[in-house]
Design a protein around this ligand. Structure first.
Ligand SMILES: *Cc1c(COP(=O)(O)O)cnc(C)c1O
Length: 429
């Protein structure tokens, strides 16, 4: 369905995060930069009997649920809490670790975004989706596409191929478009944009995709269900910051439901030094300028271990974006080194059991800094988002199938003329 034709469903409407007015299509006509949010007609917090993310179907923008174990696993930590001098630390384990009841089938919280997005696209009678991703997002959408038999065009630079696997047999629904010889995620994003502009394919939408944000917000909803309150603090490693915006929005929704007081959780957002654009912008009170000093930024990106956090152009200054979320919640940001991340990964594994990814390690390192500085206090409730552990335990329990290319695009064909020449291939159903 085209932009502008869709305004509301029997379940939710869209509102502008800046002016609060109703929105038709994907952007507010008065505030075109602002994020658009969902507003669900049902304002009660009433988790359903579905397992996983669809427990929160009332607050996800799709008409249907699917049976899936994918979802946040929130539990109270004892050993890590003790090591950090905290008494009410809760972990949302959002990778794969069945020993903690966590069964996210591509190993990260990107799994929360993909199914709601594809179900919403199906509701809107769209017939495919284009996703540009460097790894975790691509796996999550490939898995969801195979599960729902919904065509997903994944555009990836060749250098990222080794990260692309799923724990079920890949199907025809997965259309992997590999930019040959490319290391550059930006080239993949550009080619994906050309596919959507010139061929009219539907883009996934990134931070602007409400299904993605509402899916990611389920960690906070699960905390509210398990603990019966809102967390006082929320800790996460951020690249785009979409997950942090989602946590803030989920907390707003819970407060509006009337049963959770009025205090928003304080966001504690971690990045990996020396590449810390969100931390730098927040600390200096300035916007992010992705086009400044690109070679310098790329050198910094090469130096970090938590490479999923390497986003040069996060939705930071836009209304409803990361800066607004930090302002609204009296948030803080952290820059943690590779060495601190490695130490935090082992601390987590020793105290909680499962191995975690460097990105999740960055969150643990930030929490440990916050506990030491008094930014979080001993008795306050804390939700630590362990955003993933990739293939660490999935490889133990499943055969991981590599994704095979559906199309190779030479770097010099990733242009307007190149897209037009390839048009037939994409128009075939
Ligand atoms: C995507 C991702 C993040 C960062 O999330 P954003 O919403 O982009 O800020 C952190 N950790 C892992 C494991 C991820 O896959």
């Amino acid at each position: 369905m085209d932009d502008g034709k869709r305004e509301m469903t029997d379940k939710y409407g869209l509102v502008c995060a800046a002016c609060g007015g109703p929105v038709t299509g994907s952007r507010c006509s008065r505030c075109p930069d602002a994020l658009v949010r969902t507003e669900y007609w049902k304002s009660d917090f009433a988790p359903s009997d579905h397992p996983g993310i669809f427990r929160y179907l009332d607050w996800l923008p799709s008409s249907e649920a699917v049976e899936t174990p994918i979802g946040p696993a929130v539990y109270r930590s004892e050993r890590l809490a003790e090591r950090l001098g905290l008494s009410r630390l809760y972990v949302a384990f959002n990778g794969y670790a069945p020993e903690l009841e966590a069964r996210n089938m591509t190993g990260s919280f990107k799994d929360f975004e993909a199914l709601p997005t594809l179900l919403r696209f199906r509701d809107e009678a769209k017939t495919s989706i284009v996703v540009a991703s460097a790894g975790n997002t691509a796996r999550a959408f490939a898995y969801a596409g195979a599960l729902l038999e919904f065509p997903v065009y994944l555009v990836v630079p060749e250098a990222m191929r080794s990260k692309l696997w799923i724990p079920i047999r890949p199907t025809e629904a997965i259309r992997l478009v590999v930019i040959s010889g490319s290391h550059d995620y930006t080239a993949a994003i550009r080619f994906a944009a050309l596919l959507t502009e010139r061929l009219g394919l539907a883009p996934e939408g990134g931070a602007r995709n409400v299904a993605r944000r509402d899916g990611m917000g389920t960690s906070v909803l699960e905390f509210a269900r398990v603990v019966g309150e809102l967390p006082r603090h929320y800790v996460q490693a951020v690249g785009s910051g979409t997950g942090a915006i989602a946590a803030w929005e989920a907390a707003i929704r819970l407060i509006r439901s009337g049963r959770f007081g009025a205090i928003l959780p304080t966001l504690h957002l971690a990045q990996n030094a020396p590449f810390t654009p969100i931390h730098d912008a927040w600390s200096a009170g300035t916007p992010i300028r992705p086009e400044t000093d690109v070679p310098e930024q790329l050198a910094r990106i090469r130096a970090i271990v938590a490479d999923v956090l390497a986003n040069r152009n996060p939705p930071y200054s836009i209304p409803g974006g990361v800066a607004d979320a930090l302002h609204a919640t009296s948030g803080r940001t952290y820059a943690v080194t590779n060495a601190k991340i490695a130490a935090a990964q082992s601390l987590f594994e020793q105290s909680e059991g499962p191995p975690i990814s460097p990105e999740a390690g960055a969150a643990v390192a930030a929490l440990s800094e916050a506990a030491a500085s008094g930014a979080v206090l001993h008795d306050e409730s804390i939700l630590l988002n362990i955003t993933g552990n990739n293939d660490a335990l999935l490889r133990r329990d499943y055969h991981l199938h590599p994704l095979e290319p559906w199309l190779h695009v030479a770097s010099d064909q990733a242009s307007e003329a190149g897209v037009d020449r390839l048009a037939d291939r994409f128009r075939r159903p």
